[in-house]
Each structure stands twice: as structure tokens, then as C-alpha cells.
Design a protein around this ligand. Structure first.
Ligand code: FES
Length: 170
């Protein structure tokens, strides 16, 4: 069972909720470095991302340097260090999609949403990412919104796919 760790990490109003929720996850794991990846996965599933305070708490619990936990969290693409939007848009920039104009689709998506790849819209509605291949090369260029796949994308179709969102973004 985890102690409160108040000596190691002073709670502030901003991080109290985070630490409490992280501690609930930590209570299910023994204090071993071998548990770091499953802990990170579980904490991300609870919080939606891995805030700095959570990473520090995990490092303290596992008895490993914070740099080690930060290193793991930044190495694996599955871990997100910033809050994610409600919907995740992924534009494929793999070879098949690239040669069929995925860059123009990405440019238009960035323009429509007002963010660059890797960023989240201010209203937390969308996170825009690029991926290497989604396994639907015959439909290149492709993109996904959560679990929905859109093939044969064109810059013109971006607004259509985004629906009303494109009318409100500047
Ligand atoms: S390269 Fe885009 S789906 Fe394969």
C-alpha cells in the first residue's frame, strides 16, 4: 500500500486530484521498476494523459529516478504527456499516402483546425497526429478519426469529414 508521500511530493490544490488518482493505481502494484510500463499505461487510462506530477509520483513510488520514468514516457508513442482532445485525428503520411498527396490533406486539416500536427484544439475537441501507415494503403491517402477510417482523402474532403467543426474553426 502506498503511503501519502507528503515528504517527497508536496500536494497543491492543482495536483491533489492527480496524486490521489495516481495513488489508487499505484496501490495495485508492487514497488518495482518492472511495473513501470503497466503503471504508466493504467495511469494514462485513468487521467487521459501523463502529467508531470503523475510521472514524478510514479518515479517516487517505484524508487527510480524521475529521468528514468520521463525517458520511458517520452520513448513510447503510446504515452501522451499533454491532454488529448475528445477525438483523435490521424493523417497517414506513409509512403503510399505521401505520394498521393497526404501532405496537402494535412496542411488543410491544420488550417481547418487551427493547430499543427501533435497539437490539440483549444476547445479540447480534436488532437491532430500523423502516422506512418494505418494499413489501408489501397485507399491512400487515408486518415482516421478515432476508429473511423476515411480513404481517398483530398484537401476538399477535409471540411466534409470535419462537418460542422470546420465551420467554427478559424
Ligand atoms: S501508407 Fe497510408 S495507409 Fe499505408
Amino acid at each position: 500500500m502506498a503511503d501519502t508521500g507528503t515528504k517527497q511530493r508536496k500536494a497543491t490544490p492543482q495536483n491533489t486530484g492527480i496524486i490521489e488518482r495516481v495513488d489508487k493505481v499505484l496501490a495495485a502494484y508492487t514497488r518495482e521498476k518492472a511495473n513501470l510500463i503497466p503503471i504508466l499505461q493504467q495511469v494514462q487510462s485513468v487521467l487521459g494523459y501523463l502529467p508531470e506530477e503523475a510521472l514524478k509520483r510514479i518515479a517516487w513510488y517505484a524508487g527510480t529516478p524521475e529521468s528514468n520514468v520521463f525517458g520511458i514516457a517520452t520513448f513510447y508513442a503510446q504515452f501522451k504527456l499533454t491532454p488529448q482532445g475528445k477525438k483523435i485525428i490521424r493523417i497517414c503520411c506513409g509512403t503510399a499516402c505521401h505520394v498521393r498527396g497526404s501532405e496537402k490533406v494535412l496542411d488543410e486539416m491544420e488550417k481547418q483546425l487551427g493547430v499543427k500536427a501533435g497539437e490539440t484544439t483549444a476547445d479540447m475537441e480534436y488532437t491532430l497526429e500523423t502516422v506512418a501507415c494505418i494499413g489501408a494503403c489501397a485507399l491512400a491517402p487515408t486518415m482516421t478519426i478515432d476508429n473511423d477510417t476515411y480513404g481517398k482523402m483530398t484537401p476538399k474532403r477535409v471540411a466534409e469529414v470535419l462537418g460542422d467543426k470546420s465551420n467554427t474553426a478559424s
